[in-house]
Design a protein around this ligand. Structure first.
Ligand SMILES: Nc1ncnc2c1ncn2[C@@H]1O[C@H](COP(=O)(O)OP(=O)(O)OP(=O)(O)O)[C@@H](O)[C@H]1O
Ligand SMILES: [Mg+2]
Length: 310
């Protein structure tokens, strides 16, 4: 995290921080985070999984690990001196778990110094890839984490409700990013106004926004163009039941471009598969328990795409 942000071009051999969020409760974020983490670790990538779900942290269950005795608050409250001391071994080579990060997302803005410090500690961990399960929320903290990461991944299911939530999340994240990038207060107010589709200024898309911003501040208009061009979030479509469902990923991608000017990258889909439920009930990760299942194959394919970022 840091200078590089969602979707910017990746350089070889640098630590990647991916955040997984959006969609809706139960879309499969934790299942996908845990199993992609395992796939990457099997490819020789050193992975740390971070559970930052405010609602119900349960990543450990997907890994078959008991609720950990040590977690992030032990580091924040200085009961241990280094973040690596609260990393939980998972029994899987190259894969460690950090829980309790929901406390960080809960922290009020006053603690932003503490947040930045923690982000630096996370960056200093001895690993190649960090996957953060953000849960289903879209609080400002969650959006900020999503925007600070190198790659933000949204997990959506083919249901209209899940798709709606995804658009809402993306729009909020995108406008927050735009607002953070500009300096003039009138352009900031313009962006706030543009969030409302029925805004009186008639701003319907980034093109309209840029035109209106240019009348106020040339530099800010250029900054918005830069942000529009470099915001490349990723999408995973989960619980796909038909060929038609697979197409939904492409439709979301087109709609994002048309209505928001957002270049969404469709990373791939995961089929709906009863083996997923079976593996969760047995607390045995799908890609280990049943690597030949259709859902496991889909997850492996997506993981290998992420591995190419190293
Ligand atoms: N590809 C799939 N095939 C079948 N069932 C699935 C699939 N993906 C997820 N599920 C089911 O959906 C349930 C919810 O998955 P998961 O807990 O990963 O969602 P989540 O997005 O993390 O939810 P929350 O937002 O509540 O944290 C799982 O218990 C599993 O039964
Ligand atoms: Mg979850």
């Amino acid at each position: 995290m840091g200078s590089k942000r969602v979707g910017q071009t990746q350089t070889i051999n640098r630590k990647m921080i991916w955040t997984i969020g959006g969609g809706k409760g139960g879309s499969g974020k934790s299942f996908i985070t845990a199993n992609i983490g395992i796939c990457l670790s099997k490819l020789g990538v050193r992975v740390v999984l971070i559970d930052a779900d405010l609602g119900g942290a349960n990543l450990h269950t997907f890994l078959g690990v008991s609720p950990p005795a040590l977690s992030l608050p032990d580091f924040i409250k200085k009961r241990v001196s280094h973040l690596r001391e609260v990393l939980i071994p998972t029994g899987i080579p190259n894969l460690q778990l950090l829980t309790g990060a929901q406390d960080l997302l809960n922290a009020a803005d006053a603690k932003s110094v503490q947040k930045r410090k923690l982000v630096r500690s996370i960056q200093s961990l001895d690993s190649d890839t960090i996957l953060v399960d953000l849960g289903a929320g879209n609080s400002l903290s969650v959006l900020d984490f999503f925007l600070m990461s190198d790659g933000g991944i949204l997990v959506v299911t083919p249901e209209p409700t899940s798709i709606e939530n995804t658009y809402r999340f993306l729009k909020s994240a995108f406008y927050r990013r735009l607002k953070q990038s500009v300096s003039s207060s009138s352009v900031k107010a313009l962006i706030d106004g543009a969030m409302d589709r029925k805004n009186e200024m008639g701003i319907q898309n980034p093109h309209d926004l840029i035109k209106a911003a240019r009348r106020m501040d040339e530099g800010d208009a250029d900054r918005i163009i830069e942000e529009v061009e470099t915001f490349h979030p990723n999408l995973i479509l989960n619980q796909v039941r038909s060929k038609k469902d697979i197409e939904i990923g492409f439709s979301i991608r087109s709609a994002c471009l048309k209505y928001f000017g957002i270049h969404l990258h469709y990373l791939g889909y995961v089929v709906y598969d009863q083996d997923v439920n079976n593996s969760i009930r047995r607390r045995r990760p799908l890609v280990l328990e049943n690597s030949r299942s259709r859902a496991a194959q889909c997850v492996m394919e997506i993981a290998s795409k992420l591995a190419n970022h190293h």
